[in-house]
Design a binder for this molecule. Structure first.
Ligand SMILES: NC(=O)c1ccc[n+]([C@@H]2O[C@H](COP(=O)([O-])OP(=O)(O)OC[C@H]3O[C@@H](n4cnc5c(N)ncnc54)[C@H](OP(=O)(O)O)[C@@H]3O)[C@@H](O)[C@H]2O)c1
Length: 249
């Protein structure tokens, strides 16, 4: 049995990736604060299972409870492979660095970097103990390599996830596990709505992002999700690689 654990499966890219795994015959566990009723429907249509774990990824105790629940659920003799998709992310607060509230900053760092590291570390250990293969993807961004005015925390957290991916990949080189990062490009999701609602003072590029929507240049999350799922299913997936959607579309 294979299972995909997907953070932020409630909407956007995460919901699309969850749907695609279910359609491929793989059970999915979604981790986010809110649920998505459609995923139960897709599971039923494809004779698979969707399970939701309510979790606030900005809180350590909530992540710990989710890990405990997953350990109970998953590690049975039939489990052969886990896909761990660290997808949940926060782009806000979008603001000049000196105006960012400390609590907002900590929340963004926790969701974008601390939670993916805790989950990946946890399942590397558990999967090794149970002789189960773990394929991990971390959803990163072009902002990891390109500074954007008003996005100091977002750019820094995504850059840190690229380095985490490359470092863990070296450590896992002699194991059956593998880890990649995936940069999805601009997609038509709630995150882009948040970006478009920024003020010019907080985010100098806001007009160009509004134009992406007006000119229909934002990509469909389901198409992007399909590329990520294909990469993860490919026997030649390259451990430690930062995959970029521009290589595919
Ligand atoms: N959209 C783009 O153009 C774009 C571009 C480059 C990279 N990305 C990256 O792609 C990934 C997916 O983005 P998206 O566009 O699909 O975003 P989205 O539509 O805003 O969805 C974000 C997901 O993250 C979850 N999430 C946020 N805060 C959370 C928390 N505290 N605890 C648990 N879950 C939380 C949300 O679930 P709940 O609200 O239910 O908790 C939701 O499912 C992110 O890592 C993002 O940085 C997006």
């Amino acid at each position: 049995m294979e299972v995909a654990i997907i953070t932020g499966a409630s909407k956007g890219l995460g919901a699309s990736v969850a749907k695609l795994f279910l359609e491929s015959g793989i059970n999915v566990v979604g981790i986010s604060r809110t649920d998505n009723a459609k995923l139960y429907q897709y599971a039923k249509e494809n004779n698979t299972n969707y399970h939701f774990i309510a979790c606030d990824l900005s809180e350590k105790a909530s992540i710990q409870r989710a890990c405990d629940r997953l350990d109970e659920m998953l590690f049975k003799e039939t489990l052969s492979q886990i896909f761990l998709i660290n997808n949940a992310g926060l782009v806000d607060p979008i603001e000049r660095a000196e105006n960012i509230d400390m609590d907002d900053l900590m929340k963004q760092v926790h969701v974008n970097t601390v939670a993916p590291m805790i989950l990946t570390n946890h399942f590397l250990k558990k999967a090794s103990e149970h002789h189960v293969r773990l394929l991990t993807a971390i959803v990163t961004s072009g902002a990891a390599e390109k500074p954007k005015y008003g996005w100091s925390v977002y750019c820094s957290t995504k850059a840190s996830m690229n380095m985490y991916t490359q470092t863990v990949a070296i450590e896992q080189a002699d194991t059956e596990h593998a880890i990649i990062a995936f940069s999805p490009g601009v997609m038509d999701t709630g995150m882009q709505e948040t970006i478009r609602s920024s003020s010019q003072g907080a985010f100098q590029d806001v007009e160009s992002f509004r134009a992406l929507k007006e000119n229909n240049e934002l990509r469909d999350a389901e198409i992007i999700g399909g590329v990520l799922v294909d990469i993860l299913m490919d026997d030649n997936m390259e451990n430690g690689k930062i995959y970029d959607i521009r290589e595919y579309i």
